[in-house]
Design a protein around this ligand. Sequence first.
Ligand code: AMP
Length: 175
Amino acid sequence: MADADWLRERIRDVPDFPSPGILFRDLTPLLGDAEAFRFAVNAIADAFEGHRIDKVVGIEARGFILAAPVAYRLDAGFVPVRKSGKLPWRSESEEYALEYGADRLELHADAVAAGEKVLIVDDVIATGGTARATARLVERLGAKVVGLGFLVELTFLAGREKLDGYDVMSLVAYP
Ligand code: AMP
């Protein structure tokens, strides 16, 4: 039976990547397993099936891998949120804090419309800063964030606290 533990067995823990002290959750074994990939995509899509989602927003870069098939499943459009300077057209931009310093995320100004229902998808929620900045971008364009879906949640980093009031779901949680 496919469940959280079954998915977890397909996630590789890589110590000290990309920098010392970080335990990186490498999803490539899970993504490379046809059954696990399909299960993960379907589980995120199923959780928001009844909401008539208009757009699924994926966060660069690993978020794209899950967000695109979730959008397909939900009969919704796919929208990329990208790092600074990558999008070709007029964009909204939002700064967010990193462990050291800050970074910037961008969304095309016409990518979501006022009143549209949006689902945000990323591979991992850690501190929640990336997801919160993405939610702000979507809301600045007048759309509604119906929920946020993640494959992995690093619970000890308390990302959910930054997303208070939102419908947040994850498939595999690490305490
Ligand atoms: P945060 O803004 O702290 O929630 O960071 C979320 C982003 O960082 C996600 O897009 C993840 O791809 C990445 N990330 C953070 N920590 C990890 C980790 N331990 N393993 C894999 N990806 C991570």
